[in-house]
Write a protein that binds this ligand. Sequence first.
Ligand code: MN
Length: 494
Amino acid sequence: MTLLDNRPSDPAKLIEGRTGPWEIILGLEVHAQVASKAKLFSGAAVGFGAGPNEQVSLVDAAMPGMLPVINRYCVEQAVRTGLGLQAQINAWSRFDRKNYFYPDLPQGYQISQFKDPIVGEGEITVERDDGSTFVVRIERLHLEQDAGKSIHDLDPDWTYVDLNRAGTALMEIVSRPDMRSSDEAAAYVKKLRTILRYLGTCDGDMEKGNLRADVNVSVRRPGGDLGTRCEIKNVNSYRYIQQAIEYEARRQIEILEEGGSIAQETRLFDPTKGETRSMRSKEEAHDYRYFPDPDLLPLELDEAWIAAIKAGLPELPDAKMARLQAQYGLSAYDARVLAIDIARADFFERAAEGRDAKLVANWTTNNLLARLAEAGLDIDESPIPARDIAGLVKLIEDGVISSKIAKEVFEHMWAGEGEPAAIVEARGLVQVTDTGAIEAAVDAIIAANPDKAEAVKTRPQAIGWFVGQVMRETGGKANPAAVNDILKARLGVE
Ligand code: MN
C-alpha cells in the first residue's frame, strides 16, 4: 500500500544535512490499554501492582482447550474511542491470529485484527505550542491482546515470566505519516491522550506503559519520494519520543549522505544513551501468517447500539476549547491550557462559577498550574481547591485585597493555611480603602519631598514615585485606585 503524502513540505520543518535540506516523515502506532476491569477475552482482572501471575486465568495462560470470550465492554470502549476520533465505525469486523513465538505469549499467537478492524479512517486536529494547528489522519484502530512480560534481571541464570498483562485489551491506533517534526509527534500523542482521557477509554498513564508509541521514521528530500522507514518500538514518554526521532532522523540522513541505503527494520530506543539500535529486521505482514481466529465469531455491531454510544459521548477537547472561549471570554491560549486536561477544565469551571472568569483563568494558569508543575503535581492533587481560587478572586473583585496582596495570600493558601478570607483576616491584609488613612500618608510624603512634588507639575509621570511611596507606607494594602485619585488631587495633576 502506498501511503499518500497529505502535506506539502514546510521549509521551517526541514533539517539541514551536509548535502542540503531533509524532511522527516513520521507516522505513529499508539498502543492504548483499554480502561476495563477485565481482560479482552477472559474474566481475569486488569490491574497494576498485583503480585507476579496473580491475574492470570486459564485462558490467559493458554491451557489446552480454553476458549476466548469477547469482553463486550472492551468493544464498547473501542467504539467510543473511534467515535471520539471522528472515525468510521465498522459494523462488521473480525479477529485474526498473528502468529509468532515469544516466551511471554503462551498462545503462540496474538489475537489481533488484521484486514477488518473495528474502526476505520478518522482524524485529529492537533495544536502546536504557538497555537497553530495541523491535522493527523487516523488510518485505523483495532483491538488486540497485550503480551506478558519477560523478566531478565531477577536471576543471573533464569528468565522469569509474568503473565498479568497477557490478554489485557489494547487499542492500536495507527496514524498516517502526517507528522513532520519531533515536536509534532509529541503534540499528536498529547492530543490523542487528551481525547482518550476525556472519553474514559484509556487512563493514558505512560509511566505504567498504558500508552506507548511505535514511531515510524523516514527522511526524504523535500518534495521527493518517501524513504524507507524504521520503526522504533514502545517509546513511553513525550521526551523519549522526541529524542528517539531526533537521533533516528540524523542517523538515516548520515547514511544516505554517505551514499548508503536504509534497511527497513525495527529498532529500540535506549533512553540512557539517547540512541536507537537495531532490534530485528522488519517482518512483513505475511511473516505472521495471519488468519481469522476460528475460536471467535466475527464481531457484528448493531447500528442502534453504536448510536446510543455516540449519544452518550462527553464534550470533547475541541468543543470544550471553543466553549471556554465563547462562554468565559478566555484567550485561545488559556482555553487550550485548561482543556488539554479534563481535570483542569473541571477545576476552572467550578472556580469560575459566578466569578470574573478571566481572573479565575489567570490565577489558575499563571499561578496555580505553574506551582503545581514545579511541585510535580497534577491538578487533582492540588493543595488549593477550586472553591479557594474562587474565594481569592472574590476578595479581589470586592476590593478587599489588591492583586499584589492576593499573591501573598496565594502563598499562604499554597502553604495550607486555609481559606483565603480567613488568611486575610488573620494576617490583617485587608486593603485600606479608608481615604482618611491614605490622605494622611499622601500628605506626609508630599510634605517631606517638596522638590519632587514640584517636579510632578512639569513631569506628570513622576507621580509613579509617590504611588510607590504610599504603597510602601501602607504595607501594600492601600487601594491603588484611591491612592492615584488622592495623589492627583493633592499634586494638582490631571
Ligand atoms: Mn500491535
